[in-house]
Design a protein around this ligand. Sequence first.
Ligand code: HQG
Length: 186
Amino acid sequence: MTALTREQVRLSKRLSLVLRHRPEVAGLTLDPQGWVPVADLLTALNITRTELDAVVAGNDKSRFAVVTGADGVDRIRANQGHSRRVDVDLGLPPADPPAVLFHGTPRANLPSIMREGLRPRSRHHIHLSPDVPTALVVGRRRSADVAVLEIDAAGMAAAGHVFHRSANGVWLTAVVPPGHFRERSE
Ligand code: HQG
């Protein structure tokens, strides 16, 4: 994977906006699983298939998936991260999580998180990372002062919480209640 140019990063962010949060700004509608025909997206964003493919293939987190349907139509969707205001069900099967997962968040959020647990806010799910470095990267998007929470995923699963793993390796669950996580001390 080669690094994206500045222009390609801009297109990647535009794709995230349209495929996760606001398809209507491009005049598009996602199907119930979040897919949109590639041809429609190219027209809506006035880009070529080559430009799209370069961003999908070069994306650092594999944010997008392209598939060819049984009808021969190529479709694209975001692998995760949709807003709650977009009515999408990715149809991911429940998956057994690893014993421990991680979540990076600005330290300033901790009092509220300790009180009410992790809530998905504007998204469909809480996003959990498989390792500490990934959690740190996620948290640093928002603040230099990041706390990493260690989530007792095995305990949550035993208590009936359902987990999904997105196509790009992000673990998703509805909420993480107080009592199922602690702050890592390093
Ligand atoms: C916090 C990126 C106070 C939560 C990443 C987070 C991820 C609370 C923020 C994906 C809270 C929501 C998602 C509570 C949760 N009190 N704060 N009770 N519960 N929070 O962006 O996990 O680059 O919706 O800790 O890699 O930061 O876009 O979630 O700080 O996978 O592909 O509320 O976005 O992916 O923020 O990031 P977000 P996130 P992409």
